[in-house]
Design a protein around this ligand. Structure first.
Ligand code: NAD
Length: 364
């Protein structure tokens, strides 16, 4: 924000907050450390707001605000649906993660988080790694996503991949009556942290796995390690497959790709897979493609963070990720019963849990 905030700028912020009922938005600026940051707390009905910090060189502060509001709301829904006792929050630091990051900046951000007294607990997101979180930890205890040697949960990707795998099996069960993926052609788009662990699960189940990635070295590595086949990134939507698993970027499910895709299930780790939720949700329903809502099946990362808050235990974290199977089944049942897109059924279940637990809390 500029130093002299006028009433029009202020009401633009509160209007944006009111749109999705955000509880609190806090701005911080520390010129000496080069910190310009926003923390948004969307909803704390279920517990303290938890969500990662994104470092990105936004073209304007208004863009940064829009992003942090959208992301923090998403965290409320993701954690509610995963059955966690935490709310939704997110932070953004307006900076270039390659050039602007340093100890003072990250520690200044840690102080900012600490000032919220635990209403917001931070973690990594785009542009932020575990080393940065170590600096944040020097100034606050309200941080998760720490490396193993600091008592943290380490890399959450294996847990995320397991959740996606569970969502995939539940989707196949819905479609065919059996949750076996053996012999099914499954395309994993993006074999990074999550994608590779997912490939491992699928190969062990004798699925016919295809992979693609924009980095040729990654493709070669995964092909030789798991004996899978690869296709080029631009061949994805025209390839015949049973399951499309987006594990790279968001917005790959849109009017154009849905015109080409021949799969019967979409289930992957990428966030915000539907380019236009309402329109694409409807298109999926009309085309008869079963869509496993992204924020449901990729909740393994936040589940891992949650276990770090309450006392880390990797096997408990994996067991909770396994529950994604049952939640996916519930969402498909609700979607069928009400003839609504699956993303909407997921939203409804999340909202129901927040309302129900909120009512119980009011009694104390
Ligand atoms: P990553 O950066 O390790 O892997 C992403 C991979 O996708 C990279 O190998 C990259 O080269 C590839 N890629 C990028 N653009 C591509 C394209 N157009 N076509 C094909 N490949 C492309 O990321 P990750 O940690 O594996 O996460 C994957 C996705 O899942 C991201 O969208 C992330 O936000 C989401 N997610 C991850 C976690 C987690 O625990 N890591 C949790 C929840 C959601």
């Amino acid at each position: 924000m500029s130093q002299n905030v006028n009433s029009a700028e202020m009401s633009a912020v509160t209007e944006k907050m009111a749109l999705h009922n955000h509880e609190q938005v806090v701005f911080s600026q520390d010129n000496a450390a080069g910190l310009k940051s926003i923390i948004a707390i969307h909803n704390t009905t279920l517990g303290p707001a938890v969500g990662g910090t994104r470092m990105w060189l936004y073209s304007s502060e208004a863009d940064a605000l829009t992003d942090v509001l959208r992301l923090s709301r998403g965290m409320t829904y993701k954690s509610a649906l995963a059955g966690l006792n935490i709310g939704g929050g997110k932070a953004v630091i307006i900076a270039d993660s390659r050039n602007d990051k340093n100890e003072a900046l990250m520690r200044s951000f840690g102080k900012f988080v600490d000032g919220l007294g635990g209403r917001y607990i931070t973690a990594e997101d785009v542009g932020i790694g575990t080393r940065d979180m170590e600096y944040v930890k020097m100034e606050t205890d309200h941080v998760v996503g720490l490396p193993d040697y600091m008592g943290g949960g380490g890399d959450p990707s294996p847990v995320t991949a397991y959740g996606v795998y569970m969502g995939m099996k539940a989707s196949m069960k819905e479609l065919s009556g059996s949750d076996s993926l053996a012999g099914k052609t499954i395309l994993v788009q993006g074999v990074g942290h999550v994608g590779e662990y997912l490939v491992d699960y699928l190969v062990k189940e004798n699925a016919n796995v295809l992979i693609t990635d924009i980095h040729e070295d990654r493709v070669k590595e995964v092909v030789s390690k798991y004996g899978v086949k690869s296709i080029l990134p631009n061949e994805v939507y025209s390839t015949k497959m049973d399951i499309y698993s987006p594990c790279a970027l968001g917005a790959t499910v849109n009017a154009e790709t849905l015109n080409q895709l021949t799969c019967s299930i979409i289930c992957g780790a990428a966030n915000n897979q539907l380019a236009a939720e309402e329109e694409d949700g409807k298109r999926l329903l009309e085309k008869g493609i079963l869509y496993a809502p992204d924020y449901l099946v990729n909740a393994g990362g936040i589940i891992n963070c949650y276990w770090e808050i309450i006392g880390y235990n990797r096997s408990a974290s994996l067991s909770q990720a396994e529950e994604i199977y049952n939640t996916t089944r519930k969402i498909y049942a609700l979607s069928k019963e009400q003839n609504i897109p699956t993303y909407l059924a997921a939203n409804q279940l999340a909202e129901q849990r927040i309302a129900a637990i909120g009512n119980i809390k009011k009694r104390y």
